[in-house]
Design a protein around this ligand. Structure first.
Ligand code: GDP
Ligand code: IMO
Ligand code: MG
Length: 422
């Protein structure tokens, strides 16, 4: 029996999709536990690139079962488009993808509400992906949501009630819209969903564990976007932390084995909100260009900066990370000096913890390390690592108190180096 969790430690887009795909051969089941189509998980192999939004990243490896858990919010129209594109490229899903009946549905009006609420916020807007994530989780928590299982009975009435309520709010916000096209695509999505196995995934997963099978839980977003522990209110609307795997799949905390914490060798953020190590100079532009830092869902330019070890330590703590995975090391291949934020200066005083309000005037305090100035993209084993790169790894491990198990040196599945196997 084994249930491991893989999640992002920064502000999302750490490379979760790539690593889940790489680790999938070691598991029987891959399960998404929160978030929705705000996620964009990129995988590259055999010269092909795929971006997954709602479907778990274990879908490309053999006949592994993939589960969309109860903690996820699902947009049937986007799901249909994503699933059909995969099927068209030869990846058959129907037998290999189960969907929890308890996952909540994103309605077309949720998407409108997302955009309308952002417009009302003006300069204080969160910079959401506009996919209806916040309004859907709001309805879930306020007990007004519609779940995937509802499409099998009593759906029309529930939909009409929810839609009428949303339309009333939209009217009060003076938000103009035309739902016709979106609603049509959405209803087609609902019909399409009925072809899939709609399951009680908590029973399914616990039965698998009892049978000795292994499960990898795939997080979306990142710890700094967690509704409780992220840079609130500039966060997403779900628990992206490890505990989210328990509530988002129906597994007990004592079932969790390894917690893989994944981070970039530097740091990015898309959308609004505080980012203490953000760079506004050519160094930041260089990271953005070399790292192709443009959102996989919205195409927005990602803000870039040096790695923030204060924030990372906090993420390691709240998730109980047991193994670290460092991504996009190759992006720093041509930097003479690498900086790492080891503390913040707040009102003239140095602090080494993540404060309540990171919107305060936080000035990063940096340690500087020599860059490795070597192309790492073709490396196959850690024996080839330059000395300066090893020094960077050792420094990070000492700061974070956890070993770095995997290093990624390029977007392709093959560009992944495992440092130790246990
Ligand atoms: P996710 O949301 O955490 O799955 O990450 P995204 O897919 O949104 O963003 C990660 C981006 O970095 C994708 O475009 C990946 O193809 C790419 N990527 C992943 N690992 C590496 C790496 O080690 N080096 C480089 N250069 N790109 C990478
Ligand atoms: P993956 O899984 C990066 C950000 C949005 C916005 C905030 C709230 O690919 O790492 P939302 O639409 O969730 O209400 O937006 O969260 N955000 C992400 N940023 N990667 C993601 O997912 C994100 N999902 C949401 O930009 O700042
Ligand atoms: Mg992403």
């Amino acid at each position: 029996m084994k249930l491991d969790v893989l999640l992002g430690l920064q502000w999302g887009d750490e490379g979760k999709g790539k690593v889940v795909d790489v680790l999938t051969p070691g598991y029987d089941v891959i399960a998404r536990f929160q978030g929705g189509p705000n996620a964009g998980h990129t995988l590259e192999f055999e010269g092909q690139k795929y971006v997954l939004r709602s479907i778990p990243s274990g879908i490309f490896q053999g006949d592994k079962l993939n589960i969309i858990g109860n903690g996820v919010v699902l947009d049937p129209a986007l799901f249909k488009a994503e699933a059909e594109a995969l099927e068209a490229s030869g990846h058959l899903l129907k037998e290999r993808l189960h969907i929890s009946k308890k996952a909540h549905l994103i309605l077309p009006t949720h998407r409108l509400l997302d955009v309308a609420y952002e417009a009302v916020k003006g300069d204080a807007k969160v910079g959401t992906t506009g996919k209806g994530i916040g309004p859907t989780y709001t309805d879930k928590v306020s007990r007004n949501g519609i779940r995937v299982g509802d499409i099998l009975h009593g759906f029309e009435r529930k939909y009409a009630v929810a839609k009428a309520r949303h339309e009333q709010i939209l009217k009060s916000l003076n938000y103009e819209y035309d739902l016709t096209e979106q609603e049509k695509a959405w209803m087609e999505g609902v019909e399409y969903l009925k072809q899939f196995f709609l399951v009680d995934s908590e029973h399914e997963i616990n039965n698998f564990l009892r049978e000795g099978k292994s499960v990898l839980c795939e997080g979306a977003q990142g710890t700094m976007l967690d509704i409780d522990f992220g840079s609130y209110p500039f966060v997403t609307s779900s628990n992206t932390v490890c505990a989210g795997a328990c509530t988002g799949l129906g597994v007990a905390p004592n079932r969790i084995g390894e917690v893989y914490g994944i981070f970039k060798a530097y740091c990015t953020r898309v959308g609004a909100g505080p980012f203490p190590t953000e760079l506004f100079d050519e160094t930041g532009d260089k990271m953005c260009t070399l790292g192709h830092e443009f959102g996989s869902v919205t195409g927005r330019k990602r803000r870039c900066g040096w790695i923030d070890l204060v924030a990372l330590k906090y993420s390691v703590m709240v998730n109980g990370v047991t193994k670290l995975i460092m991504m996009k090391s190759d992006v720093l291949d041509t930097f003479q000096t690498i900086k790492a934020c080891v503390a913040y200066r707040l009102n003239g005083e140095e602090i080494d913890y993540f404060p309540y309000d990171i919107e305060e005037n936080l000035e990063p305090v940096y340690a500087e390390l020599p860059g490795w100035m070597t192309d790492m993209t073709k490396m196959k084993s850690e024996d080839e690592f330059p000395e300066e790169f090893n020094a960077y790894l050792t420094f990070l491990e000492e700061q974070l108190g956890v070993k770095i198990k995997i290093v990624s040196v390029g977007p392709d599945r093959e560009q992944t180096i495992e440092r130790y196997t246990e």
